[in-house]
Design a protein around this ligand. Structure first.
Ligand SMILES: [Zn+2]
Length: 154
C-alpha cells in the first residue's frame, strides 16, 4: 500500500459529519449540552492518553447564558461555558482550556510558588499560559486549527 490513512481517533467516524456541520453553521442550542459532555470526555481522555495530564474525577460541565466578559470558567467545582460560542471547534477549545485549569488545581499540579503576587500578573501568566498551550495542543491534535496552516513563516 502506498501511503496510509491518518490514524482514526476513537469515535471519530461517528462525529465527523456532525462536527463539519457544527463548524459551518454553529451548534444548535438543543445539542449544546451533549456537545459539551462529548468534548469533555474526549479531551480528558486525550489529556490522559497523550499528555499525562490525569484528572481522576473531572468536574461537571454546564452551558450557561452569560459569564460576564468570559466565554468559559473553571470555578473549582465545575466548568461553565457560554451557550453562544456557536461553532463546535470554538466550544472544544474552551473546554480544553478550562479542563487544563481543572488539572492545574488538583493534587497541587500547579505549584503554589507559581501563584505569587511577586510574579508578573500575580502568576496568572503561568496559569493562563499553560491552559492556552494545552488547548492549542488539543486543537492541533484534532486538526481544528485550520487557520494556523495559512500562516506563512518567513
Ligand atoms: Zn484560563
Amino acid at each position: 500500500m502506498i501511503g496510509s490513512q491518518p490514524k482514526k481517533i476513537k469515535g471519530e467516524e461517528d462525529s465527523t459529519r456532525e462536527l463539519v456541520e457544527n463548524r459551518t453553521n454553529g451548534v444548535p442550542e438543543s445539542r449544546i449540552k451533549n456537545i459539551l459532555v462529548y468534548w469533555k470526555e474526549k479531551i480528558t481522555e486525550l489529556f490522559k492518553d497523550k499528555m499525562d495530564l490525569v484528572i481522576d474525577s473531572p468536574v461537571p460541565i454546564y452551558a450557561v447564558d452569560t459569564l460576564g466578559n468570559s466565554v468559559g470558567v473553571y470555578d473549582g467545582s465545575s466548568v461553565k461555558i457560554i451557550k453562544s460560542l456557536g461553532l463546535e471547534k470554538d466550544i472544544a477549545e474552551v473546554v480544553a482550556h478550562e479542563y487544563a485549569h481543572n488539572w492545574q488545581f488538583i493534587n497541587n499540579n500547579m505549584h503554589g510558588n507559581l501563584l505569587s503576587n511577586d510574579l508578573p500578573y500575580g502568576g496568572k501568566i503561568f496559569i493562563e499560559g499553560f491552559a492556552l498551550w494545552v488547548a492549542f495542543r488539543v486543537m492541533d491534535f484534532y486538526g481544528l486549527h485550520e487557520n494556523m496552516s495559512n500562516v506563512v513563516l518567513r
